[in-house]
Design a protein around this ligand. Structure first.
Ligand code: GLU
Length: 478
């Protein structure tokens, strides 16, 4: 049979899609596209306590928005479904029964109180807090008896007590864990649902996954997973564990929702293309260190070989810079349309289409995200307010002369053009002897309420002559 690469993104629906998960999804997607393989979405929803209503819908719609089409999964179907683990519980049961029958797993009847006491005793003896394996010693008769009386139980994996396991990870290379660090992992919980470990291994095998690409936090689970593969007599997939995402101070990236949810980045006005580009570079880069890629370009350039081992810093300043560059690459019309919702929620009236369009032209050079447009556009709309320092400048004799001169000159201009404003600036220098800061500061203050900002011709371009004159008049009267 022809060998085809099959990778999967296997999120648990416990909240909105985090940027770290987006990276996992993206790398899996890119590897599938690069190799002509299949990208599978599998929902790992067996932890009913952590299930969040609406999370699956959010995951699917965010993947769609980001352009990460999957080949098999919820809504799409495929030959290896169902793609929700909660619909596969009978499959896991069948496999765990086989493990028990083969002596690789056992029923554990310890109650939460027993476990708590075991833990405390171990801690007081300065030992590792781990399951001590006491239920391994139960006789077949005792087990039968307990099952008959309906005692709740979990099923645990028999993990070797000593020795070590070594395996090869495509990113981390050779990794070794001593078995004594690893607990007799629960495979089936007392509610009858499988734990992540059992369901994940069974599904990766049944879905013919060839490469597991996921975050480094799962690396320590590999010994248990490999043991399961061995007990089942299955060939494990290849593994690639992606470096941790770090804050700038090198601490682990915050998982607080809202800080790092993809949905929040989108609603703050980050562009999908910029986010994909930025996230792609969190732990991967091409040989030439190139920075800008479209998704299609990434599909060609990506390789597992160039994933780095060391943690990837999530640098918000870089994301902002990159997003700003993407905004500036968009067509003017496109930005105008995309920015509308942000203006609508800010309450700024953009019914004057000419003014709106010109404001966007000036501000597109000055924003990092779409949501910054209304905030920055405030200088062109509504009443200006001045503080004491600013009033001092406005009240200066020079400023007053300047305002009068400009009002008079501008009133005779029927058509605005940047050249005529530049000429007016020169004329002012000649006629009034006012120049430099003495000219720009009072003018900008009168026109936009701050001393720094866009060029005077650009400001007048947005305001139009009428508004410009009105604002100068107002400053003169204050
Ligand atoms: N369900 C796990 C998660 O939420 C999947 C880990 C894996 O890819 O094996 O991240």
């Amino acid at each position: 049979m022809e060998y085809k690469i099959r990778v999967r993104f296997a999120p648990s629906p416990t909240g909105f899609l985090h940027v770290g998960s987006l990276r996992t999804a993206l790398y899996n997607y890119l590897y599938a596209r690069k190799t002509g393989g299949s990208f599978i979405l599998r929902i790992e929803d067996t932890d009913r306590n952590r299930y969040v209503e609406g999370a699956v819908e959010n995951l699917i719609s965010t993947l769609k928005t980001m352009g990460l089409d999957y080949d098999e999964g919820p809504e799409k179907g495929g030959n290896f479904g169902p793609y929700f683990q909660s619909k596969r519980t009978s499959i896991y049961r069948e496999y765990v029964d086989k493990l028990i029958a083969d002596g690789h797993a056992y029923q554990c009847f310890c109650t939460p109180d027993d476990l708590e006491k075991m833990r405390n005793d171990q801690i007081s003896r300065n030992e590792n807090a781990q399951y001590d394996g006491r239920c391994r010693l139960l006789t077949q008769n005792q087990i039968k008896e307990n099952l008959k009386t309906g005692l709740p139980y979990t099923v645990r994996l028999k993990v070797p007590n000593d020795g070590e396991i070594t395996f090869y990870d495509l990113v981390r290379e050779k990794v070794t864990f001593p078995w004594e660090m690893i607990d007799d992992q629960i495979l089936i919980k007392s509610d009858g649902y499988p734990t992540y470990h059992l369901a994940n291994v069974v599904d990766d095998h049944l879905m013919k996954i060839t490469h597991v690409i996921r975050g480094e936090e799962w690396l320590s689970s590999i010994p248990k997973h490999l043991l399961l593969y061995q007990y089942f007599g299955w060939k494990p997939p290849k593994m690639a564990h992606l470096p941790l995402l770090l804050n700038k101070d090198k601490s682990k990236l915050s998982k607080r929702q809202g800080d790092v949810a993809v949905e929040d980045f989108l609603s703050k006005g980050y562009l999908t293309d910029a986010l994909v580009n930025f996230v792609a570079l969190l732990g991967w880069h091409a040989a030439d260190d190139r920075e800008f890629y479209t998704l299609t370009e990434l599909e060609k350039a990506f390789s597992l070989k160039r994933i780095s081992k060391s943690g990837a810093v999530f640098d918000l300043d870089k994301l902002n810079w990159m997003n700003g560059s993407y905004i500036r690459k968009l067509d003017q019309k496109d930005i105008e349309i995309r920015a509308v919702p942000y203006f609508e929620s800010s309450g700024i009236d953009i019914s004057d289409k000419r003014k709106y369009s010109r404001a966007i032209t000036v501000l597109r050079e000055r924003v990092d995200t779409l949501s910054e447009f209304p905030e920055k556009a405030k200088i062109f709309y509504g009443e200006l307010k001045f503080d004491e320092e600013q009033l001092k400048i406005i009240h200066q004799e020079n400023s007053r002369r300047l305002y009068s001169f400009w009002i008079e000159e501008l009133q005779v201009q029927t058509e605005y053009n940047p050249e005529s404003v530049k000429k007016l600036i020169n004329d002012t220098q000649e006629s009034l002897g006012v120049k430099g800061r003495d000219l720009y500061f009072p003018l900008r203050l009168a026109l936009i309420g701050t001393t720094h900002g866009p060029d005077i011709p650009a400001i007048i371009e947005v305001l139009g002559i009428e508004d410009t004159v009105a604002r100068l008049e107002k400053a003169k009267m204050i």
